[in-house]
Ligand binder design. Sequence first.
Ligand code: CMX
Length: 135
Amino acid sequence: MQKIEHLGIAVNDLTSANEVFRKLLGKAHYKVEEVEREGVSTSFFTLGDSKIELLEASKDTSAISKFIDKRGGGIHHIAIAVDNIELEMERLKAEGFTLLSEEPLKGADNKLICFLHPKSTLGVLIELCQDFRPA
Ligand code: CMX
């Protein structure tokens, strides 16, 4: 486990949230990316060695849509950078954590990712992510 790679924040409206975070951080987001499989539109801001990811639901069935309906917007997940996601998944599974996928998935911002169920991590949704540079 290396560091907090990013914090994910669920928002109702990405355009107005980008503006709030532009004012807050004093700089604009560096990318916007759709993650079709997850039904989300995302934007990323750098913050020192870490990042902030804003997430807006692009489908009613998205995890972000359900989260916002239940809890309103706010911190949705903590993403931790790892060197070898498959080894970490194996280790965490053996430690009794519940993984939300059997294999790493392709996530936003050139990452391989795997989520851990918040019921197994004290109510906090954790994402593992490893850099992924397709050849
Ligand atoms: N943080 C903490 N708790 C959360 C949570 C979150 N982000 N999302 C859901 N929960 C809690 C709910 O509050 C609920 O708790 P209670 O039973 O105490 O009410 C419980 O988990 C079950 O939640 P639910 O609303 O019934 O939703 P599901 O069980 O259908 O799904 C989860 C929950 C975590 C399995 C699902 O949201 C998931 O698979 N998340 C991972 C994928 C994801 O979040 N994708 C969006 C981001 C993608 C990206 O970053 O690119």
